[in-house]
Design a protein around this ligand. Structure first.
Ligand SMILES: *Cc1c(COP(=O)(O)O)cnc(C)c1O
Length: 865
């Protein structure tokens, strides 16, 4: 029988245990072990049945069971203590309050299309979502006043299983928000709060707002599955990255524009402070900027409404944009006509649609004039932008160079902040207890990790083995379940009980399965892989997992190839594929692996975070020098898989890199794991691989603090949030007087720029045989037209020159105005001291200058001599 309607009955808790409700709803339990343990202890069988979900646990208990809990003084005391602890956590002065300047932002809005916080709230597909979750958790731990904004997807992302012939199957279980750790935002009269966007043809898209509490950080999730909407509008938030085209565009309109509106409702209902910084995690939420511009352009009281330029200037000041993909195909693009169609419905009535179109236009070499590019809009709406690892910064500067013509790649104003992972969520509690100094604080995070140097090898090895063993058990359970789902009977599955071995070197590989991550590189030479797995002295076992995007046939084929290899009875005890990679699996998988393998096509992995999670647990990385590993590999914390020339044929590249991978495993990784001493030292006799553990200890001590998301959030606060808040406040003061003046200046400079030229450059001081210490004096004769010398910065760019006269390791020295020659012509002079021998070259250029621009290249204007 099928129900015609459903609802979730709320549990009413007796007074003495009422705080359980808050402890269950606030997601801090997911990284606060004592709270998680409390729920597990309330009723261990029920806890297992609900897969470790506190809200579901409370909902599943009978009135008698609840009464029993309420009658147990010991449990009541624990609940009170944990509730008091949560109260402190939510209200204490933390790192942000203790260390940040008084003008640090009072609120930061963080937008992301997905959030991976805990397995009980499956609203993520992969790395981007997990990163967003880790960002919120770390912000909470540090006291950074972030508010998250996202969408609530009724089906989340798909669940993966396999068919008998190893083809990926997708299912989309329905999530009932009433049974999740969410609270509906309500108006004072109890009706659900709501935001509404107009759509073409007189339709509209409304959404309710669910609030999740991620420790101190509220997360607002917009849900379009409500009765006010027609069927089509109801389905807009049905799936994460479900549809393409208009469906996807409407998701992004709701996330960006609806998200800003939801923040306004949230402030009205809770009195929360207004965000001073808006951070867009990837381009999906870019329309948030349009909503804010639109608000500023609307007539307000007796103030003069702002022009497009003024509003854009004001909005840019407080906006931070993070780009996450070096793969152009990974960027969201829409047809210009689609954007026009939707905006003509009145989404932003005071903003001319042509201006919106211009923001996302690919009007640079190689761009497509018919497309609207969300990353391009993101960059144009943000005064500050970053990639997610140093190398990714370099790649992003190249990729978006067309937006700043005339500047060299390294001057493109996109910086980088390397991703991190939330330590308490990803370190196994046993490892944390062993290696982290319990008295450490957030004021010196590195000191906590140095504690590992005082841990004995035998202890460290014992914990590593325990974690490996736990993984082996989990793999056996999951593998059996997977085979049953593939149609096997229990009687055929006895072998799964002895799959993997808790004493064998364990290599993990798990991630989404886009082509560039090369899931099947390890299969390049199947015989060689087999030999490695089955090596009698030094066997290796591999645990593999990953979901392919439902529309990606090639990804599914790679999974099929891999699973078919693992199905072979000769090797199936040494290599497994586990379906449905998710947070729950990851929390056992990372700690259990000795080595974490990553072999993307360099440089297509923006950062990658799974290797970081392995490192936190003493796993060693074996990876192509891409993403984070490119900057953190130091020769002693793991291995670098050499890469073939980027220009090589893809097949050739795969051959070369796979061969290098096999060689490393056979000759370096496995011997070290099995205790062969490094050259020149004595082999151990106690069965403990001391050389291996030296690498483990070094990894924990040095990578631990660097891969922590607290380091990342700390970087965001200091490098981006605080400066953005300062710019934004300055721009907004006195009814946006500064923004208005600045935009007038920008308009004037843009208009006059074609008149600017460097006519002539004179130099003295290096006439004959220049040598180190000589001073090069330069005079530049510059036409500024209607601009003044204060509007510009003239500078000498100098350094080593190549044979093609390109200046490398370039530095700049300022040229000072030194004479008005009349008719808009000016002389600028300055000097540099030559401090190195060899080929030397210099040039002169002029860029706009204004106290409020954050970067010389910001306006994309430059005149080179
Ligand atoms: C960490 C993690 C990811 C992201 O891994 P990458 O290395 O960044 O690709 C994806 N899914 C889950 C479940 C994770 O825990």
């Amino acid at each position: 029988m099928k129900a015609i309607r459903r609802f979730t009955v709320r549990t009413v808790l007796p007074e003495s245990i009422a705080p359980l409700s808050r402890l269950a709803k606030n997601l801090r339990w997911s990284w606060h072990r004592p709270t998680e343990q409390l729920f597990a202890d309330l009723n261990p069988q029920a806890w297992e049945a609900v897969h470790g979900d506190p809200v579901k646990l409370l909902g599943s208990l009978t009135r008698e069971e609840i009464q029993q809990i309420a009658d147990d003084p010991e449990t009541v005391r624990r609940i009170e203590e944990l509730d008091a602890d949560l109260e402190c956590y939510l209200t204490d002065e933390l790192w942000y309050q203790q260390t940040q300047p008084a003008d640090a932002p009072a609120s930061i809005a963080y937008f992301s299309a997905e959030y991976g916080i805990t397995s009980v709230l499956p609203q993520y597909s992969g790395g981007l979502g997990i990163l967003a979750g880790d960002h919120l958790k770390s912000a909470s731990d540090l006291g950074v006043p972030v508010v998250g904004v996202g969408l609530f997807y009724q089906h989340g992302y798909f669940k993966q299983s396999l068919s008998r012939d190893a083809w990926q199957q997708e299912t989309y279980p329905v999530l009932d928000p009433d049974g999740l750790p969410l609270t509906l935002l309500r108006e004072e009269d109890g009706t659900p709060a709501r935001v509404t966007l107009p759509l073409p043809n007189g339709r509209s898209l409304s959404a309710h707002i669910w609030r999740a509490d991620v420790g101190r950080v509220p997360l607002l999730l917009l849900d379009s599955d409500i009765p006010d909407n027609d069927d089509h509008a109801r389905s807009i938030t049905n799936r994460l990255y479900g549809g393409g085209g208009d469906h996807r565009l409407q998701q992004e309109l709701l996330l960006g524009m609806g998200g800003v509106r939801a923040l306004r409702v949230f402030r009205r209902l809770t009195g929360a402070p207004e965000p001073e910084v808006y951070h867009c995690n990837e381009g999906h939420a870019g329309f948030a900027g349009i909503e804010r511009v639109s608000e500023l352009m609307e007539p307000r009281g007796d103030a003069e409404p702002m022009t497009w330029e003024e509003a854009l200037t004001a909005v840019r000041c407080g906006t931070v944009f993070t780009t996450h993909t070096p793969v152009p195909a990974g960027i969201d693009r829409f047809e210009r006509a689609q954007i026009e169609h939707f905006f003509q419905a009145g989404l932003a009535p005071s903003v001319p649609t042509a201006n919106i179109l211009a923001l996302g236009a690919e009007d640079y070499d190689g761009g497509d004039p018919g497309k609207f590019n969300m990353a391009v809009m993101g960059l144009r709406l943000a005064q500050r932008a970053n990639g997610v690892a140093k190398l990714h910064g370099v790649v992003s500067r190249q990729m978006f160079q067309g937006l700043w013509p005339g500047f060299d790649n390294d001057e493109v104003p996109i910086g980088s902040i390397t991703n991190g992972v939330h330590v308490t969520s990803w370190i196994d509690p046993r490892m944390a207890e062993l290696v982290l100094d319990p008295h450490g604080t957030d004021l010196d995070r590195a000191a906590r990790w140095r504690h590992v140097y005082s841990v004995e090898d035998t202890e460290l090895w014992a914990v590593r083995r325990e974690l490996r063993k736990r993984l082996v058990q989990d793999v056996r359970t999951r593998l059996r379940a997977s085979w049953k789902a593939r149609g096997a009977a229990d009687a055929e599955l006895g072998w799964t009980d002895s799959v993997l071995d808790p004493d064998v070197l364990t290599i993990g590989f798990a991630r989404r399965v886009p082509t560039y991550k090369r899931l099947t590189l390890m299969l390049r030479d199947p015989q060689r892989l087999k030999k490695i797995l089955l090596n009698p002295e030094r066997p290796v076992q591999l645990v593999v997992a990953g979901k392919s995007h439902p529309a990606d046939e090639q990804g599914k084929r790679m999974i099929q190839d891999l699973v078919r290899f693992t199905d072979n009875p000769e090797v199936r005890h040494r290599i497994v594929f586990l379906p449905n990679y998710d947070i729950a699996m990851a929390r056992t998988l990372f700690p259990g692996c000795d080595v974490w393998l990553n072999n993307p096509l360099r440089p297509l992995e923006a950062c990658g975070t799974s290797g970081m999670k392995a490192a936190l647990n003493g796993g060693l990385n074996l990876s192509v020098l891409d993403g984070w590993w490119d900057e953190m590999y130091d020769g002693q914390n793991g291995w670098a898989i050499p890469t073939a020339d980027e220009g090589a044929h893809p097949d050739e590249r795969d051959d070369i890199e796979a061969a290098a991978l096999y060689e490393l495993i056979e000759n370096h990784v496995a011997p070290r794991f099995y205790g062969e001493a490094a050259e020149g030292s004595e082999p151990g006799t106690d069965g403990v691989p001391h050389q291996w553990l030296a690498m483990v200890r070094h990894t924990l001590a040095t990578l631990g603090p660097r891969v922590s998301a607290k380091r990342m959030v700390d970087d965001y606060v200091r490098e981006l949030y605080v400066p953005a808040a300062r710019s934004q406040r300055r721009a907004a003061a006195d009814g946006f007087a500064v923004a208005r003046a600045e935009s007038r200046w920008v308009g004037r400079v843009r208009q006059a720029w074609p008149e600017v030229s460097v006519e002539h450059v004179d130099a003295e001081g290096v006439e004959q045989e220049p040598q180190i210490g000589d001073e090069l004096r330069v005079h530049a004769y510059v036409t500024l037209g209607s601009l003044t010398p204060e509007d510009v910065r003239a500078e000498i760019g100098y350094g080593r020159v190549s044979e093609t006269d390109h200046i490398h390791e370039r530095r700049y020295a300022l040229l000072a105005p030194n004479g008005d020659l009349g008719g808009g012509r000016h002389r600028f002079s300055g000097s540099v001291t030559i401090d190195r021998s060899g080929p030397f070259g210099y040039t002169v250029r002029v860029v706009p200058q204004h106290p409020h621009i954050a970067d010389k290249a910001e306006l994309g204007l430059v005149v080179n001599a």
